[in-house]
Ligand binder design. Structure first.
Ligand SMILES: C[S@@+](CC[C@H](N)C(=O)[O-])C[C@H]1O[C@@H](n2cnc3c(N)ncnc32)[C@H](O)[C@@H]1O
Length: 265
């Protein structure tokens, strides 16, 4: 892999902790991703690209559907969670999507979830993906919208802390030249790129503590605590309160929105 500058905020995470976080993301978000991917007509024989494959659940699920006459290429800057023996129709490539060298116009489907938000020149990554898509091939993009984040029910002090941590998350992305609300911009970006058959969903689940998204965001907060504090928007105590809030089943919040875009080239 060529050595490139990475803006990925989880780049220096501890292995097991990051694996657990990625697996929790899969548990929470795979059902909606599978539904969106199936809407493209995914079937046996397709050649697919999974961008930023993480811990690999979507890659393996697609491999199962496309079967032995199809194939999946999984690309990630970090393939340490993809080292297990993979199905024979899967190829794992350690590379930055912006520099991936593969045959142009060779994929029926390209999927990326929570990847573009981590790339400051995401337009380069997107145009690279589109150049790899066959004419009429499908792209499924799923990116967060942190502008939707808000704490709704909890004790007043905790609500203030959660608000400050949300501000810190926004600031951390902004400081790295990343767009914390990239998700909501994607539909218009895809339109300008003349993608066809665009369908758009904006999920903003209202979540209580102790489950799903609350747990994912608590795991992220533990890993990124120093980065949140460095923004000057939240303190150590705010992060502790945020984690307690995210563990408490009587609290309610929107942790972030997710925009899913399905389109054809
Ligand atoms: C938040 S994780 C999401 C993982 C997986 N897509 C999921 O949703 O379960 C982001 C993933 O994108 C990868 N990534 C970040 N920047 C990348 C880049 N420029 N090229 C390829 N992969 C990248 C990270 O290593 C990580 O595995």
């Amino acid at each position: 892999m060529r050595v490139t500058e990475s803006s990925y905020v989880f780049a220096n995470s501890q292995h097991l902790r990051e694996l657990e976080r990625l697996q929790k993301i899969e548990e929470v978000f795979d059902p909606a991703s599978r539904r969106r991917i199936l809407a493209t007509g995914l079937t046996a024989g397709w050649r697919c690209l999974e961008v930023g494959a993480g811990a690999g659940s979507i890659m393996r699920w697609i491999a199962d559907i496309v079967g032995e006459n199809g194939s999946v290429v999984a690309v990630d800057i970090n393939t340490e969670f993809l080292t297990d023996l993979q199905p024979s129709n899967v190829e794992v490539i350690k590379e930055d999507i912006r520099y991936l060298q593969l045959e142009k116009h060779s994929f029926d489907l390209i999927h990326a979830r929570f990847v573009l938000i981590h790339i400051s020149d995401f337009r380069v990554a997107l145009s690279q993906m589109l150049s790899l898509l066959k004419p009429g091939g499908w792209i499924v993009l799923e990116e967060p919208d942190f502008s939707a984040a808000r704490a709704i029910v909890g004790n007043p002090e905790a609500l203030k802390s959660v608000h400050r941590v949300n501000q810190a998350i926004v600031q951390m992305f902004a400081n790295k030249g990343l767009d914390y609300a990239l998700g909501v911009k994607l539909p218009a970006i895809c339109q300008r790129l003349k993608l066809q058959n665009l369908s758009v969903e904006h999920d903003t689940p209202l979540s209580n503590g102790g489950f799903g998204m609350a747990t994912v965001m608590k795991m992220s907060a533990i890993q990124l605590a120093e980065k949140y504090i460095a923004t000057g928007q939240a303190t150590d105590d705010d992060i502790e309160q945020y984690c307690q809030f995210a563990d408490d089943p009587t609290t309610w919040a929107i942790y972030h929105g997710t925009v899913g875009v399905v389109a054809a080239s």
